[in-house]
Write a protein that binds this ligand. Structure first.
Ligand code: NAD
Ligand code: LMR
Length: 339
């Protein structure tokens, strides 16, 4: 079990169980990409995953052959981009993780990816609705604030939408928020649980530091919030044209998948932040919102409210809600106009 122990230490506070009680097929769409490859590796190391199905428009079978040599029990299969390939890949999947899509280059916003990624996600969502309508769908492809509504609209149009099973993966924002505060406070980042709410881009990412008992003031607070909101840009800039966060995102995606599997296998009290179809701000016209979500055997079990915020955090939330509304309606409109 060397591999499993290594993975648990990679994932910090979330240690893997060594006993899987159910068959759990996980499919990765975009498996040969910068995120897809390390994510597939981490999923191969997770004993809760019994079948790993790896699909990409290019290179899925190669990644699968490579990962399949790792001496953990799960079966691995790679799929080529044809109708039979995606059908077989998705059939029986309990979880589908979607990092397929183009990443940012310096100077771009996530919204600049919309024109390319909207149709990629729409088409993959159609395949999921056709071949695994009851699977939990985890959207990593950006802009998440729009690609989640796109997926929902596709599922609605096919009459199989279950709001409890669609998740925008915002875990990386929480991972960053805990890491960045630990750098300021000299604490163990694995023990820091900073709530991050809203969405997944710039001003829609709202860290609620006050609830974690940390008090930052003035320019230090502003710099912290800015770093959490624009952590993705830090990586895009450092990679200098070679893409965006891949390794930290793979860790975050593997952590979210592990949490869903734990909850599906009966563990109680599993909570992860996620961008979901949420009642919290529907009265303000915001249909999807990220907050802490308790996971269960049927996906979303309970959506936690944001809770008490400071006046400063409320100001961040107000800006977030305005931006989110536009991002969401852009995704909805796209599917209506390009079904
Ligand atoms: N949610 C987050 O926190 C988060 C974090 C990092 C990156 N991302 C996003 O994830 C996406 C992927 O990033 P990356 O660095 O892995 O990019 P990448 O270009 O390295 O990989 C993308 C992969 O998707 C594949 N692909 C493209 N179209 C496809 C299709 N129709 N079907 C199947 N596969 C397809 C490509 O062949 C490629 O292998 C980007 O949109 C990026 O912005 C999101
Ligand atoms: O910044 C990006 O474009 C990728 C991702 O959304 C991130 O937060 O790292």
């Amino acid at each position: 079990m060397f591999a499993a122990r290594s993975a648990s230490s990679i994932l910090g506070r979330r240690a893997f169980s060594t006993t899987a009680r159910l068959d759990s097929k996980v499919a990765v769409l975009g498996a040969a990409g910068g995120i897809g490859q390390p994510l597939s590796l981490l999923l191969k190391l997770n004993p809760r995953v019994t079948d790993l199905a790896l699909y990409d428009i290019k290179g899925g079978p190669g990644v699968a052959a490579d990962v399949s040599h790792i001496n953990t029990k799960s079966k691995v299969k790679g799929y080529a981009p044809d109708a039979a390939g995606i059908k077989e890949c998705l059939t029986g999947a309990e979880i589908v993780v979607i990092p397929a899509g183009v990443p940012r280059k310096p100077g771009m916003t996530r919204d600049d990816l919309f024109n390319t990624n909207a149709s990629i996600v729409r088409d993959l969502a159609k395949a999921c609705a056709d071949h695994c309508p009851k699977a939990n769908i985890l959207i990593i492809a950006n802009p998440v604030n729009s690609t989640v509504p796109i997926t929902a609209e596709v599922f609605k149009s096919k009459g199989v939408y279950d709001p409890k099973r669609l998740f925008g993966v915002t875990t990386l924002d929480v991972v960053r928020a805990s890491r960045f505060i630990s750098e300021l406070k000299n604490t163990d980042p694995a023990q820091e649980a900073i709530l991050v709410v809203g969405g997944h881009s710039g001003a829609t990412i709202v860290p609620v530091l006050s609830q974690a008992g940390h008090n930052l003031e003035g320019s230090e607070r502003d710099a912290y919030v800015n770093r959490v909101q624009f952590g993705g840009d830090e990586v895009v800039k450092a990679k200098d044209g070679a893409g965006s966060a891949t390794l930290s995102m793979a860790m975050a995606g593997a952590r979210f998948t592990e949490s869903l599997l734990k909850a599906a296998q009966g563990e109680k009290g599993v909570i992860e932040p996620s961008f979901v179809d949420s009642p919290l701000y529907k009265d303000q016209g915001v249909e999807y919102f990220a907050s802490n979500v308790e996971l269960g055997p049927n996906g979303v079990e309970k959506i936690h409210p944001v809770g008490k915020v400071t006046e400063y955090e409320q100001g961040l939330l107000d800006v977030c809600l305005k931006d989110l509304k536009g991002n969401i309606s852009k995704g909805v409109k796209f599917v209506k106009e390009n079904p």
